[in-house]
Design a protein around this ligand. Structure first.
Ligand code: CA2
Length: 149
């Protein structure tokens, strides 16, 4: 069965434990359950990955690029956390693997927040972008991937 990779970047392991006014009360473990259920409903498996390390996220994108080319992966839902606003390395990884569909997903509306959150290095490399829809953005992003040709 084909997979969808859900990737979360730095500090998203804290989801649901602090700053609920910004990120809600769903924990990362809750989010994993939601994503696995959505994937099963659509006939996919989920690979769920979180790291606080930029290089580990780069490595995972490389792995995803290979799996996509081998026809084992439909695409990636990626919340790069604060690396969104800083990481040329993640941009280059997505572009570098060539053709991997990445849906950049943010829980909060980054455009309604501090100006340093308004720029994304990931967006030019992404197939689509979802912001400000809470954790349901991940579900929408999965539906987007599943419905791509
Ligand atoms: O809105 C999003 O999903 C963000 O990617 C979240 C990042 C932030 O740096 C981006 O600008 C927007 C922060 C993730 C930190 O997550 C926490 C969750 C709960 C408590 C503390 C941090």
């Amino acid at each position: 069965m084909k997979k969808i990779l859900i990737m979360n970047g730095p500090n998203l392991n804290l989801l649901g434990t602090r700053e609920p006014e910004k990120y809600g009360t769903t924990t990362l473990a809750d989010l994993e359950v939601m994503c696995r259920k959505q994937a099963a409903d659509m006939g996919y498996e989920v690979d769920f990955f979180q790291s606080n390390y930029e290089g580990a996220l780069v490595d995972k994108i490389h792995e995803a690029g290979k799996a996509y080319k081998a026809g084992q992966l439909k695409g990636v839902v990626f919340n790069p956390g604060a690396y969104t606003h800083t990481s040329i390395a993640l941009h280059d990884a997505i572009v570098g693997v060539g053709g991997l569909p990445v849906i950049e997903t943010h829980i909060s509306n980054v455009h309604a927040r501090e100006s340093f959150r308004h720029h994304s290095y990931i967006s030019p490399a992404a197939a689509g972008i979802i912001v400000g829809c809470g954790v349901y953005g991940y579900i929408v992003a999965m539906q987007v991937l599943a419905n791509r040709p």
